[in-house]
Design a protein around this ligand. Structure first.
Ligand SMILES: NC(=O)C1=CN([C@@H]2O[C@H](COP(=O)(O)OP(=O)(O)OC[C@H]3O[C@@H](n4cnc5c(N)ncnc54)[C@H](O)[C@@H]3O)[C@@H](O)[C@H]2O)C=CC1
Ligand SMILES: O=C([O-])CC(=O)C(=O)O
Length: 329
C-alpha cells in the first residue's frame, strides 16, 4: 500500500536554517525513509526568487520521496493542508532596534502565521517555532489559532538539549548516545536552565560520574546558556546547521516517538506542571509516542533547580506581558 504524502511547510525558506533543513527533510531523515513529502516554502516577496533557487537545488537532489515543491509569499497558501509547520522565518534584531520593536515586528508575523494555520492547516497539524524569540513567537501563533489544540504548538529548545549533551560528551568522553535524560527548562535564551539532575551517563547518574559540581555550575550551565552567542561571535552569523539538525530531531521524535529510557526537551504549552504558569510556552523534559508529547511527571526539583527554572519562567512571563500589551495575545 502506498503511503500518503505529508505536507511540510517551512517559513523563511531562503534563509540559512532552512537551507540546512530542507535537503534532509527531502531525504526522509525527518519523517521516515518511506514517507513522501510535499514541501511548501513560504518567504517574503523580496526573497521568493531566492526560494526558487533553493527549490531548483532540491529538484536537482532527485530525492525519490520529494513529491512536490510549492513556493509562495501567501501564508494562507503556504499552510493549506499542512501536516507539519516549521516556522523559521522571523525578523532579526537590526541595529538600533529596541526590544519592543523586535517583539512588535515578530508579533505581526506570528499572528499572521497563527491565523493562517488556524484557517488552512490539516486537522493533525504540528507546529515547531524556530524563529526568535521562539517561545513567545510560538505563544503568539498558538493564541491566534483558537481552533487548533494548544498541544500542537511547540518551540525549539532541542538545540539547547543537544548542546548540553555535547558538553557532557566533552567532559566524560562517552558517546552522545550514552548521555540520556538531560533536561532544558524555560526560555530559549540565556536564562534557560540546562539540568543534569536526572541525566545519566552510560546508565549511571551523570552528576556522580562527572563528580565536579564547580564544572556543572560555573562551566556547563553558562556554556550551554550562551552557546548561540559564542557561535555568532566565532562564525559571524548564527548557528544554522546545528539549528536545522535540532529542528529535524524535534519533529522526528514528536512524530515517530522518543527512545526507551530517554527523553528530549521541547518548549510546549504549560499545563501548570512544575509550577510553570499554565499557557506559557516553556521548555520541559518530554517523552513522545503516537504523535503526542507528554511532560515527564514527578521529577524531584531541588532548590538549585527551582531557583533557575523560576528565573527563566519569570522572563517568559515578562515576554508574555509585553506581547499582551502590544495586543498579540
Ligand atoms: N530556537 C533556536 O534554537 C534557534 C533559533 N534561531 C532563529 O531562527 C531564525 C532564522 O534564522 P536564520 O535562518 O539563520 O535566519 P535568516 O535571516 O538566514 O533567514 C530568515 C528568513 O526568514 C525570512 N522571513 C522573514 N520574515 C518572514 C515572513 N513573515 N514569512 C516568511 N519568511 C520570512 C527572511 O526573508 C529570511 O530569508 C532567527 O530568528 C534566529 O534567531 C536561530 C538559531 C537557533
Ligand atoms: O540568537 C540566535 O539567532 C541564535 C540562537 O538562538 C542560538 O544559536 O541558540
Amino acid at each position: 500500500m502506498s503511503i500518503a504524502p505529508v505536507t511540510v511547510t517551512v517559513t523563511g525558506a531562503s534563509g540559512q536554517i532552512a537551507y540546512g533543513m530542507l535537503f534532509r527533510i527531502a531525504a526522509g531523515e525527518m519523517l521516515g525513509a518511506d514517507v513522501p513529502i510535499k514541501l511548501r516554502l513560504l518567504e517574503i516577496p523580496a526573497a521568493v526568487s531566492a526560494a526558487e533557487g533553493v527549490a531548483m537545488e532540491l529538484e536537482d537532489g532527485a530525492f525519490p520521496l520529494l513529491s512536490s515543491i510549492d513556493i509562495t509569499d501567501d501564508p494562507d497558501v503556504a499552510f493549506s493542508g499542512a501536516n507539519v509547520g516549521m516556522l523559521v522565518g522571523a525578523r532579526p534584531r537590526s541595529k538600533g532596534m529596541e526590544r519592543a520593536d523586535l517583539l512588535s515586528a515578530n508579533g505581526a508575523i506570528f499572528t499572521a502565521h497563527g491565523k493562517a494555520i488556524n484557517n488552512n492547516a490539516a486537522s493533525d497539524v504540528k507546529v515547531l517555532v524556530v524563529g526568535n524569540p521562539a517561545n513567545t513567537n510560538a505563544l503568539i501563533a498558538m493564541n491566534n489559532a483558537p481552533d487548533v489544540p494548544d498541544t500542537r504548538f511547540s518551540a525549539l529548545t532541542r538545540l539547547d538539549h543537544n548542546r548540553a549533551i555535547a558538553q557532557v560528551v566533552k567532559k566524560t568522553g562517552v558517546r552522545a548516545s550514552s548521555v540520556r535524560k538531560v533536561s532544558v527548562w524555560g526560555n530559549h535564551s540565556a536564562t534557560q536552565y540546562p539540568d543534569l539532575s536526572h541525566a545519566t551517563v552510560a546508565g549511571e547518574p551523570a552528576l556522580a560520574v562527572i563528580d565536579d559540581r564547580d564544572w556543572v555550575e560555573n562551566d556547563f550551565i553558562p556554556t550551554v546558556q550562551v552557546r548561540g552567542t559564542a557561535i555568532i561571535a566565532a562564525r559571524g552569523s548564527s548557528s544554522a546547521a546545528s539549528a536545522a539538525s535540532a529542528s529535524i530531531d524535534h519533529v522526528r521524535d514528536w512524530v515517530i516517538g522518543t527512545a526507551e529510557d530517554d527523553w528530549v526537551s521541547m518548549a510546549v504549552c504549560s499545563d501548570g506542571s512544575y509550577g510553570v504558569p499554565e499557557g506559557l510556552i516553556s521548555s520541559f523534559p518530554v517523552t513522545c509516542a503516537d504523535g503526542e508529547f507528554a511532560i515527564v511527571p514527578d521529577l524531584a526539583i531541588d532548590d538549585f533547580s527551582r531557583e533557575r527554572i523560576d528565573l527563566s519562567v519569570s522572563e517568559l512571563e515578562q515576554e508574555r506581558a509585553a506581547v499582551r500589551e502590544l495586543g498579540f495575545v
